[in-house]
Write a protein that binds this ligand. Structure first.
Ligand code: ATP
Ligand code: MG
Length: 599
């Protein structure tokens, strides 16, 4: 639904968009060819020019569920492709044999789609698995060896570590560094053939053991690992290192802008070195992809480290990866957060090279803003107390009408049954009103929203003095939408549902999972020896399940339908636990405005 009220997600300038625009203006990538699928320079050269003006990629390792930080990278990469007439690839970086799992692959695909991103465009499907490139990677490794740019090292892991040097001291050359090309080729072939044990030899790039950047001190590029890979099985027993595999994957896929987070900045010289050597050898097409780093997303009240998220799930501090309190994308979806809300939030956070901690309130505000625009209104009483209208005929039912969306009259209105007994919020009645309280107390008049003005006459209490029913009389001439509606002026306004018609449902209310902005971080005044554990900062009251009374039509809500419950916030019908005709709801976020306080 497009509308003039839709929150604007106008693309703002940022340093990456500036780079892309400059490259496009200079025609930097205009002469690239594209074989319709990944390939070497020869494969691409024989094919037509690439119709995509640029290519980006999102390259997750399928070893966990995606979190809010990944959403930043996804929206950035797919967003650039969409904005500038390019393509964005979804590439599973599954070169590490030990950690991958189909469950993660499936959940990543779902999450990317849920965010509204697509790797399919103009008949091209750019979904790739890096493990399909292993033969090309071996070819690249052998090309490096042949050109004298790589050698098989047979030092032990300890010796290699010692000889690497430190930040202040240069490293020492390996005694195996000057092996002949023929010997290196022979050893590398035998590594591939499975003649050696894990760790017995390793293939290293031959760059400079005295380089100030430690990543250039002959980095390892291929290691022996006798392990079964989920895609290639036992076909290989040597596997490429990530820092070797990743640039090659980018180049094979014709990626123009390879965007990653800042911790890879020190790897960029190796990224460039490697691709240059392989382009020189004629294996990779020019112009080569350019690595660009940006700062990762950090949010208050949230942990975004895979290790910590795994711990939360494994130790059962949450109900699973898709627990609505988890900062995972499966969790966000279940919670009822909106994909458009993510888009608005990320656009506002922007893309920079400075590390920063973003306030969770900014995230929630973006969600509210999007949902306020998109979600229809419904009525829910979360803490029900009976309201009995003593002068309203028992057994009589009449219709009241409520707009579905105050910003969208075109969405019409719905009929809500009104009768003698209603549910109202417990907090909307006070036997002895506090100062400024304007809703129901004996002798006071208030409006039942979309219905009548009522005058409160008193209440019934149980033996403990707890209010079990509130009594009132209604003023028949004051029905909303009739000429007499304004004949009596009142200040309080409350929502209600007819007790005989209400849909009684389970509702889950969530608070932040952590009590403090930086879970596990040291705080001012901490003793020097004190080490904090992020688990100690868990909020024990982050989830509350209640039974609420909802307006009758909510019984028909389909899983993942979301509404604004007036005064209470945005709620979604849970996609897992809802049964047909029996939805249960999760609160995504409360309303920003202080309805409760004002009335
Ligand atoms: P790990 O390295 O522990 O496996 P990861 O979060 O880096 O975890 P990847 O699967 O490698 O996992 O991430 C895929 C992409 O998402 C990478 O390009 C990475 O830079 C990006 N990414 C991960 N976390 C964030 C974050 N907090 N903010 C922005 N981008 C992120
Ligand atoms: Mg990673």
């Amino acid at each position: 639904m497009s509308s003039p009220n839709k929150p604007e997600v106008a693309p703002a300038a940022n340093f990456i968009r500036n780079i892309v625009e400059a490259d496009l203006a200079a025609g930097k990538h205009a002469q690239r060819h594209w074989a319709g699928q990944p390939g070497t320079a020869a494969d691409h050269a024989a094919a037509p020019l690439d119709a995509a003006k640029l290519r980006t990629r999102f390259p997750p390792e399928p070893n966990g569920y995606l979190h809010f930080g990944h959403a930043k990278s996804i929206l950035l990469n797919f967003g650039l492709a969409q904005q500038y007439g390019g393509r964005c690839h979804l590439r599973f970086d599954d070169t590490n044999p030990e950690k991958e799992d189909q469950e993660y692959v499936d959940s990543i695909i779902d999450a990317v789609k849920w965010l509204g991103c697509s790797w399919e465009k103009d008949g091209e499907s750019n979904l790739y698995y890096a493990s399909n490139y292993f033969d090309w990677m071996l070819q690249c490794a052998e090309a490096l060896i042949s050109a004298g740019h790589a050698y098989v090292d047979s030092q032990s892991a300890d010796e290699m570590r010692t000889n690497r040097g430190t930040l202040t001291q240069p490293g020492k050359n390996s005694p195996f560094r000057d092996r002949s090309v023929a010997e290196n080729i022979d050893l590398f072939k035998r590594m591939q053939a499975g003649e050696f044990a894990d760790g017995q030899h390793i293939l290293r790039a031959k760059i400079d053991m005295a380089a100030p950047n430690i990543n250039l001190r002959d980095p390892a590029i291929y290691r022996i690992r006798h392990a079964t890979h989920h895609n290639t099985g036992d076909k290989y027993c040597v596997y490429p290192m990530y820092t070797f595999a990743h640039p090659i994957e980018d180049a094979l896929e014709n990626i123009t802008h390879s965007i990653c987070t800042l911790e890879f900045e020190d790897q960029r010289p190796f990224y460039d070195w490697l691709l240059e050597r392989l382009a020189e050898a004629g294996l990779l097409q020019r112009p080569l992809p350019q690595q660009i780093e940006f700062s990762r997303l950090n949010l208050t009240y949230v942990v975004l480290s895979k290790r910590k998220l795994i711990q939360l799930v494994d130790e059962k501090h949450v109900d699973g990866w898709d627990d609505p309190r988890m900062p995972t994308l499966v969790g966000a979806r279940r919670r009822g957060y909106s994909a458009d809300g993510f888009r608005l939030f990320m656009e506002r956070v922007g893309v920079t090279k400075n590390d920063s901690l973003i306030d969770y309130v900014l995230f929630e505000d973006a969600m509210r803003e999007v949902m306020n625009e998109s979600d229809q209104r419904r009525i829910a009483v979360l803490d029900p107390v009976k309201l009995i209208i003593d002068n309203y005929p028992a057994g009589q039912v009449e219709e009241c009408f409520a707009p579905n969306h105050p910003l969208h009259p075109e969405l019409g209105q719905r009929s809500i049954p009104f009768s003698r007994e209603l549910w109202i919020e417990g907090e909307d009645f006070m036997e002895v009103p506090s100062k400024g309280f304007r809703r129901l107390f004996p002798g006071n008049m208030a409006r039942l929203r979309y219905g009548y003005v009522v005058e409160c006459t008193g209440c019934d209490k149980d033996a403990d003095g707890k209010v079990i029913a509130v009594h009132c009389n209604y003023l028949p001439e004051t029905k909303s939408g009739t000429p007499g509606a304004d004949s009596v002026k009142v200040k309080g306004n409350l929502h209600w549902v007819s007790a005989a018609h209400a849909y009684q449902a389970e509702i889950r209310l969530f608070e932040r999972l952590f009590k403090v902005p930086a879970p596990g971080a040291r705080r001012e005044g901490d003793a020097p020896e004190l080490e904090r554990d992020f688990l100690d900062d868990l909020n024990p009251e982050s989830k509350q399940t209640i039974v609420a009374q909802l307006e009758p039509c909510l019984k028909d809500a389909k899983p993942e339908e979301r509404f604004q419950f007036e005064r209470h916030g945005y709620f979604i019908a849970d996609r897992i636990d809802s049964k047909d005709g029996q939805p249960v709801f999760n609160r995504a976020v409360t309303l920003k405005d202080s309805w409760g306080k004002a009335a």
